[in-house]
Design a protein around this ligand. Structure first.
Ligand code: BG6
Length: 513
């Protein structure tokens, strides 16, 4: 018997393409459901234009909008035009626009309207013939999850979800992926009945951010940080996603969902996974996903939940020089809404590397300022051979990954204050994207849409990750549901008192970024 060797594994040159070259999508069309929504206007349409402007879409590319609105192709083109003018990252160039807009089509209809889906099917077939999109279609469901079953069934009924060797069909779904584990499983079953798992792209737009992908470079391209990256040196980790905006205009989506489901279940647990995971064997999608899955399966809440979580709802206050209303006075929210706009949880990762190191995850609306960061806060030096008064201003060493808005990395450590005494104080060593690189970073949605069209799944959480994240969050949500109203915090501050108490109780404080 001869042993066979899997050459895909054994041949390091199997993919000899120079990975620095830009990857350009092949012939295809992108169909957006929910094209009248905010996400489509602010993020998706501008991202499509930016990709075209960077030369990353093929000449045959087509963009199809599907909605109930009484629009024709021209009206749709005008909507995309306005969205691009207002929100695109790269400057508007007439020649790029001309070429791109030739591939715009609009299909009017409701999600339960068979005729509309038959028409969509005809429009896509026409595009295949006229523009050469080759039968490759990505369906972007920028719609409430309640509409997923109907749209998926319609795509199946009209043959648009059929996979063959000649063409691909992919579906892109936006969160919320359910509102707890059970509903997430149901939702996934609905999608998987029509699209196989490798054709499903779940968007977590944080993974599309340059600064988030840089966590992998920081950790696995350097020797400097790894020895410090464990319970031997790290006291705790704080992952913060703070926003200064309120929820005016978003009641339909947000009321009853709240900060933990909106941000912790997806963005913050994904950041935790990237910070805590082991080095993957390679950056092949499966390898990366496996490492994240391992971390999420080893993550558990710090108990008791009443003392190790906090939630709050913003009341009236001041955001800079503007007076702002509390949540319950925002349009669409009821006076007795108990939706939390601030959430903090403490978790631990049961692994050799992280045992005993708490990870504190917090997010909130109407906080002091907009900032997302990951801070590894180090243990104090075991001994300080200085006079006590000399180190009164010395805090803990910290490595801070500044995800946004001032993208970069800060290392905080103690330094001698110039002068005749040995006084020590915290100083920062900074890397800033703005100074180190000349080009501006692509928007997260540019990267993610391009990856969908290329069929590159690395930056999309798989179903296991979604389910494990709900398993972590569900007990917290249940405990909160049983404990009445969230605390109120003044807009423009850093959250409810209970959040500070949660940290103070264990001798720690939240960072004030
Ligand atoms: C979304 C949340 O996923 O992320 C919003 O639903 C939040 O509530 C947004 O405002 C923040 O995204 P970014 O990229 O501005 O940090």
């Amino acid at each position: 018997m001869t042993a066979t060797i899997d050459t895909a594994w054994s041949n390091p040159l199997r993919d000899s393409r120079d990975k620095r070259l830009p990857r350009i999508a092949g012939p295809c069309s992108l169909v957006i459901f929910g094209v009248t929504g905010d996400l489509a206007r602010r993020k998706l349409m501008p991202a499509v234009y930016d990709l075209a402007a960077r030369g990353l879409l093929p000449p045959s590319f087509a963009l199809v909008g599907f909605a109930r609105r009484d629009w024709d192709d021209q009206d749709f083109g005008q909507i995309v035009h306005d969205a691009v003018r207002e929100h695109s990252r790269t400057p508007f160039r007439e020649e790029v626009w001309e070429r791109l807009s030739e591939g715009f089509r609009f299909v009017q209809g409701a999600f339960d309207d068979d005729a509309a889906f038959d028409q969509l099917s005809e429009v896509l077939a026409d595009l295949d013939r006229q523009r050469g999109t080759d039968g490759n279609h990505a369906f972007y469901l920028s719609i409430p999850p309640g509409a997923f079953p109907t749209v998926c069934e319609q795509l199946q009924r009209s043959g648009l979800a059929d996979q063959t060797d000649e063409h691909w069909r992919r579906v892109v779904i936006e969160k919320p992926f359910g509102h707890d584990l059970t509903s997430a499983q149901e939702l996934n079953a609905v999608v998987n009945r029509v699209f196989p798992e490798d054709a499903v792209f779940r968007i977590d737009h944080y993974l599309g951010k340059e600064t988030v992908q840089n966590i992998l470079a920081l950790r696995f391209a350097n020797q400097l940080f790894d020895p410090l990256w464990s319970s031997h040196y790290v006291d705790h980790v704080q992952i913060t996603m703070a926003e200064d905006i309120g929820l005016g205009g978003r009641a339909g989506y947000y009321d009853g969902i709240g900060a933990a489901r909106d941000v912790i279940q997806n963005h913050l647990l994904q950041l935790l996974a990237l910070v805590a995971m082991e080095e993957p064997v390679s950056f092949e999608p499966r390898e990366l996903q496996n490492e994240k899955i391992k971390v999420l399966s080893a993550t558990r809440n710090v108990l008791p939940l009443e003392l190790n979580t906090a939630r709050g709802q913003y009341g009236p206050g001041w955001q800079g020089s503007t007076e702002v209303p509390g949540l319950v006075d925002e349009e669409g929210f009821a006076q007795d809404s108990i939706t939390e706009t601030y959430a903090a949880i403490a978790v631990e990762v049961d692994s050799r590397r992280w045992a005993g190191v708490p990870f504190y995850l917090r997010t909130g609306k109407r906080l002091g300022r907009r900032v997302t960061e990951i801070a590894l806060v180090f243990k104090r030096a075991p001994h300080l051979p200085f006079d006590k008064t000399m180190t009164e201003e010395l805090g803990e060493n910290a490595l801070v990954i500044r995800v946004q808005p001032d993208e970069g990395i800060t290392l905080r450590f103690g330094s001698k204050v110039p002068g005749s005494s040995m006084q020590v104080r915290d100083v920062n060593m900074d890397f800033s994207y703005g100074q180190a690189f000349t080009e501006s970073s692509p928007e997260a949605y540019e990267r993610l849409i391009l990856d969908v069209l290329l069929g590159e799944p690395s930056l999309f959480p798989v179903n296991d990750e979604v389910e494990l994240s709900w398993k972590i969050l569900d007990p917290v949500l249940r405990a909160w549901a049983d404990s009445g109203r969230p605390d109120t915090y003044e807009s423009g501050t850093w959250g409810p008192r209970s959040a500070d108490e949660m940290m103070n109780r264990v001798g720690r404080t939240w960072r004030r970024p």
